[in-house]
Design a protein around this ligand. Structure first.
Ligand code: PEP
Ligand code: MN
Length: 266
């Protein structure tokens, strides 16, 4: 039987998506709203992100919400919008899927599939994305150890999809004052030191606070992250979900400038 390390070592260290090399020298930047409520809302922000040369648009059509009364996303109607905008603007899209059916229907139509934190342990979803070649962002579970996270990655790789991008998104901790989670920056160091997988950092769900996003972006790049995932909106306070952690485009511009500055130095 193959060991965890033997399976993980088969993963691609660099993943080429539409000309962009994830895990290469240029840092990947994924940004966009947590979710959206209309074509116009998503189109307006997508156009601005495209002009800023953001590499990938994130757009939550299916939302995993703790509270059933919270906005659940436009779902299939939302996917039609995402795919229409992808075509109209020639923009790469990252979409989270919550079910095997959604993966079967849309997994080959998006540029990157996201498996969310709460689904890291959902082995049926992991097996389903393992059948595709579409790259998968695998978020770390809310309290997952590095080993559990890598086992989840190994489900995808074992099934034949070697395009796995790990995403540190903050973990539960003793800290209860104000922050949603705590960014485990050590995860970046551990993964870089012990595996060949690319790793990115979700700056938004880590702290849950927009004022922490720009400083944490710097820490993440310095620690060696291959990229950043950032919730942004033209008017953050009008976001349909996660408005406290969503940054405006001026702040996003600061991150892009910083990333360009360090590109060739780290
Ligand atoms: C998200 O990216 O919108 C999300 C729900 O993230 P997480 O799974 O990390 O909570
Ligand atoms: Mn969110």
């Amino acid at each position: 039987m193959k060991t965890l390390n033997q399976i993980i070592s088969k993963a691609n260290t660099e993943i080429l998506v539409n000309g962009f090399k994830i895990g290469g020298s240029e840092k990947l930047i994924i940004s966009g709203p947590c979710t959206f409520g209309s074509y116009e809302e998503l189109y307006d922000i997508s156009l601005k992100l495209k002009k800023m040369n953001i590499h990938f648009l994130r757009a939550g059509a299916f939302k995993f919400r703790t509270n059933p009364n919270s906005y659940q996303g436009l779902r299939d109607e939302g996917m039609d919008i995402v795919l229409k905008i992808k075509k109209e603007l020639s923009i790469n899209v990252v979409v989270e899927f919550l079910s095997v059916d959604q993966i079967r229907k849309y997994g080959n139509l998006v540029d990157i599939i996201q498996i969310g934190s709460r689904n890291m342990y959902n082995t049926e979803l992991l097996k389903e994305v393992s059948k595709l070649k579409t790259p998968v962002i695998l978020k770390r579970g809310l309290c997952a150890t590095y080993k559990e996270w890598l086992y989840a990655a190994s489900y995808i790789i074992k099934g034949g999809n070697n395009n796995v991008i790990l995403c540190e998104r903050g973990i539960r901790s003793a800290v209860t004052e104000g922050t949603r989670n705590v960014l485990d920056i050590q995860a970046v160091l551990y993964i870089k030191n012990n595996t060949n997988l690319p790793i990115i950092v979700d700056l938004s769900h880590s702290s849950g606070l927009s004022y922490m996003v720009v400083p944490l972006s710097k820490s993440s790049i310095v620690a060696g992250a291959d990229g950043l995932l950032i919730e942004s909106h033209i008017e953050p306070l009008n976001s349909l979900s996660d408005k406290e952690q969503t940054i405006d485009l001026l702040k996003l511009e600061q991150i892009v400038k910083f990333e360009n500055y360090w590109k060739n130095m780290i």
